[in-house]
Design a protein around this ligand. Structure first.
Ligand code: WQD
Length: 351
C-alpha cells in the first residue's frame, strides 16, 4: 500500500482528499500545524473510512521539524501539498506573512523531497494564477497574468519554484489549478470550517442562512455579465479531491508528458453570484437575507475553466452539480450547528 504525505491534511480540501486516497487504496499521513485547521476533521475522516490518520503537528516553516517527519517515514511514495494561507483579502493586508508562510513551507518541503528522493509531488495551485483573463473559458495554456493579490502571487511563485526544482531532480510533479471549491462530503462528517468571518461565497451564504451572520453582501452587481454579478466556476470539493487521486495514479503509471503537467480543475460552467444564491434558496427552501454592496477590490469579473485536459488525460468525471454543491454545503452547516448546540448544552450541564 503506497504511503502518501498530505500537508494541510486537517484542512478543507486536504481532509476530503485524504478520504478519497484511503478509499482508493492508499495509506496516508498528514502534516498540519493546526494554526488554521482543526483535528476535528481527522475524526470525521475516521468515521468515513474507519482509518485513524496520523497527523504530525509540525510547522513546515521549521526545516528541522519538517525533515524529522521524512526521517521517520522513508517510504513516502508521494506528497500532496495543500498547506498554505489562502485568503485573498488577508494577503493584501499581510503580504509578508503570505510570502513567508506559503513559500518557506514549499521550499522546506522540496528540500526534503530532494534529500529523501520522493518520486511524486502534487501541488495545490489555483485559477488565481490567470489573473483577470482576456478570454474565457481558460485553458492551461492561457497566459499567466499579473496576480491580483499576494495570495495569487504565492501560487504563481510556487509553480515557478516547483517546476524549476523538478527539472533538475527525478521527482515528477503535477500542478492542479482549482477554480472555486465548495460543498462538503455527502456523509456530513467533514466540510469547510472557515476561521472567523468567511471570505468565500458559499460559507458566507450558509452562515447567513443559519443565522451566524446577520446579512450577506453581494460585492457588486454592475459588472458586464448576464446579471451584473461576478462569474465563477464552482466545483464540488469531492470532485476536486478525486482529481488528486487520479493525478497520483497518472504519475505512478508514468503517463505524464512532462515532469510538471498542469491541469485545470473546474466544471467548465460559469455561475454568477446571484445564480449561486438562487440555487441555494431552492435547495434550502429559504430566502437568503442579502444586500448588494460595493465591488470587492481584486475581484476578477468572470472566470471559468476549460477542463478538457483533466477529463481526457486523468479520466476525471465530475459527479456533483450546483444543486448538490449547495445541498451538501447546507447539510454541513446544519450539522455544525447541531454539534455546537450539543456542546453548549454539555457545557451548561457541567458548569
Ligand atoms: C466568489 C465570488 C465575490 C463573498 C478565492 C481564491 C481562489 C480560491 C477560492 C483557494 C466573488 C463574491 C464572496 C461574499 C460575495 N481559493 N462574494 N459576497 O475570490 O473567486 O476565489 O477563493 O483556492 O484561489 O482567489 O472566491 O468565494 O471569495 O468569491 O459577493 O460575502 O463571490 O465577490 O465574485 P474567489 P470567493
Amino acid at each position: 500500500m503506497k504511503k502518501i504525505l498530505v500537508t494541510g491534511g486537517c484542512g478543507y480540501i486536504g481532509s476530503h482528499t485524504i478520504v478519497d486516497l484511503i478509499v482508493n487504496g492508499f495509506s496516508v499521513i498528514s502534516i498540519d500545524d493546526n494554526s488554521r485547521s482543526s483535528a476535528y476533521l481527522l475524526d470525521g475522516i475516521e468515521k468515513i473510512t474507519g482509518k485513524k490518520v496520523k497527523n504530525y503537528k509540525v510547522d513546515l516553516k521549521d526545516f528541522n521539524d519538517t525533515r524529522a517527519v521524512f526521517q521517520e517515514n522513508q517510504d513516502i511514495a508521494g506528497i500532496i501539498h495543500f498547506a498554505a494561507y489562502k485568503a485573498v483579502g488577508e494577503s493584501v493586508e499581510e503580504p509578508l506573512m503570505y510570502f513567508e508562510n506559503n513559500l518557506y513551507s514549499l521550499i522546506n518541503l522540496l528540500k526534503c523531497v530532494k534529500e529523501f528522493n520522493v518520486p511524486h509531488f502534487v501541488f495545490s495551485s489555483s485559477c488565481t494564477v490567470y489573473g483577470s483573463p482576456d478570454k474565457i473559458p481558460v485553458t492551461e495554456e492561457s497566459p499567466i497574468k499579473k496576480a491580483e493579490s499576494p495570495y495569487g502571487a504565492t501560487k504563481q511563485m510556487g509553480e515557478e519554484i516547483l517546476t524549476s526544482t523538478v527539472k533538475v531532480t527525478d521527482t515528477k510533479a503535477i500542478l492542479l489549478r482549482y477554480f472555486n471549491p465548495v460543498g462538503a462530503h455527502p456523509s456530513g462528517f467533514i466540510g469547510e470550517l472557515p476561521l472567523g468571518k468567511p471570505a468565500n461565497l458559499v460559507p458566507a451564504i450558509t452562515q447567513t442562512a443559519i443565522g451566524k451572520l446577520p446579512q450577506m453582501t453581494v460585492f457588486g452587481s454592475d459588472y458586464d455579465t448576464r446579471d451584473g454579478s461576478n462569474i465563477r466556476d464552482y466545483i464540488h470539493v469531492c470532485d476536486i479531491a478525486h482529481a488528486h487521486t487520479l493525478a497520483l495514479n497518472y504519475l505512478i503509471e508514468n503517463r505524464n508528458k512532462t515532469n510538471y503537467d498542469i491541469f485545470n480543475l473546474g466544471t467548465g460552467n460559469g455561475v454568477t453570484v446571484l445564480e449561486a444564491i438562487k440555487a441555494f434558496e431552492e435547495v434550502s427552501g429559504q430566502k437568503l437575507n442579502y444586500k448588494v454592496g460595493p465591488r470587492r477590490p481584486g475581484d476578477v469579473v468572470a472566470i471559468y475553466a476549460n477542463n478538457n485536459l483533466a477529463v481526457t488525460a486523468l479520466g476525471w468525471k465530475i459527479k456533483y452539480d450546483l444543486t448538490e454543491m449547495m445541498r451538501t454545503a447546507w447539510a454541513w452547516e446544519l450539522k455544525i450547528k447541531e454539534e455546537e448546540d450539543i456542546l453548549k448544552n454539555q457545557k451548561f450541564l457541567y458548569n
